[in-house]
Ligand binder design. Structure first.
Ligand code: GDP
Length: 203
């Protein structure tokens, strides 16, 4: 897929106010600092479409971007940020939860995982939440350039093995690096394929 256009549409904290266009939508989510903004910018070949955060937890809104006038890319708030107060975090999780439960256009969620990390409770719980709500998801391993290729392979294999303790089948996954562009083609080809598969549902 060639990225011909990538426009910011709106930010909000209420899914009912999200854009009404009936086009397929892909959500990006992960722990703060996982490299979400960098990955979005790398995929879209834009320097600062998504804001790379100096301060984790800053982008606490549902951000819609329209890509090629054909699909939405949604940048969701990073979760698991320790410094968000307990009360604020509850609200924050509530609107994300609503987004996932109510957004009919959502066809796939990309959960971003730092390639260097072992499975974290919050990511595993989030996958379970999506599973329980029958929301399809993929995993995007980020910052692959930070490990040697043998360490990277070992780490990803071990991550998948641990997932198989709770899941019968593994989700589609991508290994990415925003610094080198690794995984960009596979990622965009995947979205292209899903867009084709779901086209009839969006007529
Ligand atoms: P976000 O909070 O998830 O949006 O994460 P950011 O995209 O702001 O990235 C957090 C930090 O990780 C920044 O210092 C980035 O420069 C760095 N980073 C993100 N992706 C990569 C990557 O693929 N490779 C390397 N080496 N650093 C990365």
């Amino acid at each position: 897929m060639k990225i011909k256009s990538a426009e910011f549409v709106m930010s909000n904290s209420n899914v009912t106010k999200a854009p009404k266009d009936r086009i397929p939508e892909y959500a990006f989510i992960g722990r703060s600092n996982v490299g979400k903004s960098s990955l979005i910018n790398m995929l879209m070949e834009r320097k600062d479409l998504a804001k790379t955060s100096g301060k984790p937890g800053k982008t606490q809104l549902i951000n819609h971007f329209k890509i090629n006038d054909e699909w939405f890319l949604v940048d969701l708030p990073g979760y698991g940020y320790a410094q968000i107060s307990k009360k604020k975090r509850t609200i924050f999780q509530f609107f994300i939860e609503n987004y996932f439960k109510e957004r009919e256009q959502l066809v796939c969620t990309f959960i971003l995982i730092d390639s260097r990390h072992d499975p974290q409770k919050i990511d595993i719980e989030f996958m379970q939440f999506l599973g329980e709500n029958q929301i399809p998801f993929c995993i995007a391993f980020t910052k692959a350039d930070k490990l040697s290729s043998s360490k990277l392979n070992k780490q990803i294999t071990s991550y998948k093995k641990k997932l198989l303790n709770t899941w019968e089948t593994l989700p589609t996954s991508f290994i990415t690096s925003s610094s080198s562009g690794l995984g960009r083609k596979e990622f965009l080809d995947f979205i292209d394929g899903v867009n084709e598969d779901v086209a009839k549902d969006f007529q």
